[in-house]
Design a protein around this ligand. Structure first.
Ligand SMILES: N[C@@H](CCC(=O)N[C@@H](CS)C(=O)NCC(=O)O)C(=O)O
Length: 211
């Protein structure tokens, strides 16, 4: 399989963590995502993924999968061990809801294309963009923490083993720390992150820092 990826991308990091947990090797194709004229906005890549986003996974039978949650669930179905979703229906819904709270309500508001667009709005400036990012990360992870405080029963987000929810929480929390946000204000998130940092599949597949 072939993964269209970028090392700083937290959405790509989710898929790389899932691949590492499953012990599945893929070919990595790096796609530049920063700056004017970035590779992901060129015709070549748009011909592969018309959304111009990474990750995208080309399967062995030539299918092109996009959207990290869909890709991670595909990997979980195709390579069942270790399972990335809880056994019970409510647990599965909870795990997916945390993944979506991160992908849809935090990450979607702060990726490079949104920051670049905001920076072009008169009066916004670089400090306005930083404040925007902080706002959505603080509000979003604060809500995730409240959900965890109400429902968490095991060492990870949704039970005794890491699930899709942990896979989405990890890169987003790392990016929050890089934005100067202290995870200690959220005891559940901080505790889970300490555990995830000790797992090789997570530690080795964190998003790289932006240089
Ligand atoms: N919802 C998508 C988000 C994908 C996404 O936004 N990827 C970012 C990198 S983390 C990207 O490709 N950004 C390119 C850009 O913003 O132009 C997913 O979960 O796969």
């Amino acid at each position: 399989m072939k993964l269209y990826a970028n090392e700083i991308s937290s959405a790509t990091s989710r898929v790389r963590i899932a691949l590492a947990m499953k012990g599945v090797q893929v070919d990595i194709v790096n796609v530049g995502i920063l700056g004017d004229g970035a590779e992901n906005r060129q015709a070549d890549y748009l011909g592969i993924n018309p959304q111009g986003l990474v990750p995208a996974l080309q399967t062995d039978d030539g299918e092109l999968l996009t959207q990290s949650l869909a890709i991670v669930e595909y990997l979980d179905e195709r390579f069942p061990l270790p399972p990335l979703l809880p056994k019970d229906g409510a647990g599965r819904a909870f795990s997916r809801s945390i993944a979506l709270a991160i992908a849809s309500e935090i990450h979607a508001l702060v990726p490079p294309r949104v920051a670049a667009h905001l920076a072009r709005i008169p009066g916004m400036g670089a400090t306005g963009v930083v404040a925007w990012n902080r706002h959505w990360i603080l509000e979003g992870l604060g809500a995730v923490e409240a959900r965890l405080a109400a429902r968490r029963t095991g060492p990870y987000v949704a039970g005794n083993t890491p699930t899709i929810a942990d896979i989405f929480l990890f890169p987003q929390s790392i990016n929050a720390e890089r934005a100067g946000i202290e995870l200690e204000q959220w005891p559940n998130i901080a505790e889970i992150m300490d555990r995830l940092r000790d797992i090789k599949a997570f530690a080795e597949n964190a998003p790289a820092a932006r240089r």
